[in-house]
Design a protein around this ligand. Structure first.
Ligand code: ATP
Ligand code: MG
Length: 335
């Protein structure tokens, strides 16, 4: 799908809109610093939809927040997070504000957390437009067009309403419209549909997919839902305990996962087609990077673990069209 991506925007030359290289994050925890991410590398090209999947606590949201310079106070980082070539981790406040106003936008799981309940929707959607120098009248006209594009009926009336007058799904559309106001090169969507009903989910996904096609926006899409990732993503990164354990093109990832964790996630995804196997949960529970034992963090839950797996941390190595961090990746073993 990447090959037929629409025109390149912002970076102009097809270089990544997002290039995370060797990102490590430690957060303060009492006197100590708790490791959250280790050696995370991830790229999004212009017009590409890239999935980030993994169980709860694996570090998906922390990785997303790093892209906007939104890490918790006291976070210590290593590596680089480049947006259109510039490292976010070294930006000052003014540069970060400019980044968020123009290049990157983020949509969170809960739209109500993104808006001020006391301000009219119109103020929320036009804020960025006004900041970029548009007159009040021009910003309102543009905001109406944006709300119309995300399927809000009566956009003019909607701008005068307050957030509580919208359903969750409608409010998420408003948040997406505001995110798109600056025509960002990159949209980071952290489980944008998890809190919504299935029909609304499908509509929101259709909006995001269309935007990618029309505007060439790069999309980093975080989800628990592998079916959803397979439907919309060009490539997928699988995260476990603060590390990327596998990444490849969507088709190959789903047809031929090489990491037992990826195949475990696939095996526990319910399928509706007739004759589909009964979902099998992965035994045990996920661990965070801080709790992870030496070696492969997944070893304790892996049916194929060998003594080596608890001693040496596997590094990402190339297999097929992607990368896998598993000592047994070349053996074609899956859970
Ligand atoms: N503000 C914070 N302060 C301290 N620890 C945090 C903070 N935010 C996240 N963490 C820790 O970082 C780790 C990764 O959390 P993160 O929210 O990125 O996981 P996630 O993959 O997004 O999970 P979920 O699927 O539940 O959203 C967890 O161990 C979490 O407790
Ligand atoms: Mg999260």
């Amino acid at each position: 799908m990447t090959q037929d991506s629409p025109q390149v925007r912002s970076t102009g030359d097809g270089s990544p809109v997002l290039d995370i290289d060797g990102l490590g994050v430690r957060l303060p925890d009492g006197q100590a610093a708790r490791p959250i991410l280790d050696g995370v590398s991830l790229r999004v090209l212009p017009g590409e939809t890239v999935g980030l999947v993994g169980e709860s606590g694996s570090g998906k949201s922390v990785a997303c927040r790093s892209v906007l310079g939104l890490l918790p106070a006291g976070a210590r980082t290593s590596g680089t997070v480049r947006v259109a070539g510039r490292d976010v981790l070294t930006m000052n406040r003014t540069e970060l504000a400019a980044l968020r106003a123009r290049q990157v936008a983020m949509v969170f799981q809960d739209p109500r957390a993104a808006v001020n309940p006391l301000r009219r929707v119109g103020d929320f959607v036009t804020e960025g437009l006004r900041a970029s120098g548009l007159s009040a009248a021009a910003a309102t006209t543009r905001a109406e067009a944006l709300l119309d594009a995300v399927g809000i009926r009566d956009p003019r009336g909607a701008l005068r309403r307050f957030p509580h007058q919208f359903s969750g799904g409608m409010l998420q559309r408003v948040v997406i419209a505001a995110a798109l106001a600056s025509e960002p090169a990159l949209l980071v969507a952290d489980e944008p549909t998890t809190a919504l009903d299935v029909t609304t989910q499908a509509e929101i996904i259709a909006i995001l997919t269309r935007l990618r096609a029309e505007q060439g926006t790069g999309l980093l899409f975080v989800t628990h839902d592998l079916e959803l990732a397979s439907a919309i993503c060009d490539r997928v990164y699988v995260m476990y305990a603060g590390r990327i354990v596998e990444t490849r093109g969507t088709n190959e990832l789903f047809d031929r996962p090489r990491h037992p964790y990826t195949s475990g996630l696939l095996a526990c995804t319910p399928r509706i087609e007739p004759g589909a196997p009964t979902p099998r949960p992965i035994p045990g529970r996920p661990v965070s990077l801080a709790e992870a034992p030496p070696g492969c963090a997944f070893a304790a839950r892996c049916a194929h673990a060998q003594p080596r797996c608890s001693e040496e941390t596997p590094v990402l190595a190339r297999y097929g069209d992607g990368l896998t961090a598993c000592h047994r990746a070349d053996e074609g073993i899956t859970l």
